[in-house]
Write a protein that binds this ligand. Structure first.
Ligand code: GLA
Length: 394
């Protein structure tokens, strides 16, 4: 947990005072339990919010200027409301800047602000640090402007920013989870209809353990866009003969032989197959959780990793090495990569009494295999973006 008082003090020394109120907001990161690379294919996802995330101290300005600082980065960024364009040299500042631009385009009345961020999610870990900084900025600025924009609308606005301003064609899962998840629950979301259900995370003596490969996700964005384009191409080939199919998620496993012929490309078929089988696993996993059958939930997680490794090809040496080591630990009932892949983290379901042995065994094997040291994080499912009430005058 970040030291909120220290963060407020840091804010006061970073920016010159004015008579506006200083406010504090928080947006979590997220871990996806299952339902990977389905959200841009109209499929199901099942993420939970974390209790680590991004804190934002903010105070309004009247002069049309934005001054951004972060306790994680040296670089401070300043720009006026008249110049909201992407600039490579603005680095991390492009995320909040893109959000400000989306809010201005949505006619939210913003006059300027001093903002200090503090992120407690490791960057590049696949735990949605970018959706977290995006959503905290959007939610906080909308609150300052008294704008009535729903959390779902804010999530869509953040997704647009990521797609158009940053240039990553991500789906809605991360922003939705960061915006709408509830403490001790996961969200089961149909990304086609946007129908969502909060499912209690009753784990019956198990813990959700996140393991970071600590491998930076180089090339992840371009590979991500490549996968998305492959799915679009597979869908277009199917639609030539089956025009009523709107997304890959309209299809079932029974139709795999038919679409294999229509797609007529071995690699593109495997991409589509992953999406179709992953939707089934996600639905089965949700039902298993509701029935208290954690073993069955774990089996779906393992099936998911295998499909992401063999059919979707987004795992890589480090994630596969963690997966192999984790599966062998007594008391680990399920494990898989989580997020976009190409590095980042795994998520595992581990019996409480086995958590320490899990960490020891996995650390040892992973280090021998890869030369990297993994880090572990026991996940508590937290709340979506919110204001932290503090009586502080700037
Ligand atoms: C990233 C994207 C999400 C989703 C996952 C993969 O986290 O931001 O929209 O596609 O990858 O499931």
């Amino acid at each position: 947990m970040s030291n909120q008082q220290a963060l407020l003090e840091q804010f006061q020394v970073t920016f010159s005072p004015n008579d506006k109120k200083t406010r504090l907001f928080f947006a979590p990161g997220r871990v996806n339990l299952i339902g990977e690379h389905t959200d841009y294919n109209g499929g199901y996802v099942f993420p939970a919010a974390l209790t680590i995330g991004t804190y934002m101290v903010i105070r309004e300005r009247e002069d049309g200027m934005f001054h951004l600082a972060s306790t994680n980065f040296e670089q401070k960024i300043s720009f006026s409301i008249e110049e909201l364009s992407y600039k490579t040299e603005d680095d991390w500042g492009n995320y909040p800047k893109g959000i400000i631009r989306e809010l201005v385009d949505a006619h939210v009345s913003i006059k300027g602000a001093d903002i200090l961020f503090e992120g407690t999610i490791p960057n590049g870990a696949g735990l949605s640090s970018s959706a977290s900084i995006g959503m905290v900025t959007a939610f906080g600025l909308a609150a300052l402007a008294n704008a009535s924009i729903s959390r779902v609308e804010l999530a869509k606005l953040c997704q647009r920013m990521e797609n158009h301003f940053i240039g990553v064609n991500s789906g809605i899962m991360d922003q939705y989870a960061v915006g709408l998840c509830k403490e001790k629950h996961a969200i089961y979301l149909n990304t086609m209809t946007m129908h969502a259900e909060d499912v209690p995370l009753e784990l019956h003596g198990h813990k959700i353990v996140i393991t970071n490969t600590n491998k930076r996700r180089g090339l992840a964005d371009s590979k991500y866009n490549e996968r998305r384009a492959e799915c679009e191409e597979a869908l277009a080939r199917i639609q030539k003969e089956m025009p009523s199919v709107q997304t890959l998620s309209d299809l079932t496993e029974l139709e795999l032989p038919t679409i294999e012929n229509l797609i007529a490309d071995e690699c593109l078929f495997r991409r589509a197959k992953h999406v179709i089988t992953e939707n089934k696993r996600t639905n089965d996993a949700k039902e298993a959780l509701e029935a208290g059958d954690l073993q069955l939930f774990g089996q779906q997680m393992i099936g998911s990793h295998v499909s992401l490794r063999d059919d979707y090809e987004v795992t890589g040496k480090e994630l596969d090495s963690l997966f192999d080591a984790q599966r062998q630990v007594n008391g680990c009932v399920g494990t898989r990569m989580t997020g976009a892949g190409f590095g980042g983290c795994t998520v595992s379901l581990v019996k409480e009494e086995a958590v320490l042995a899990f960490q020891d065994e996995v650390k040892h094997k992973y280090e021998v295999e890869t030369g990297l040291v993994p880090t572990f994080y026991i996940c508590e499912a937290g709340n979506g973006v919110h204001e932290i009430q503090m009586e502080v005058q700037g």
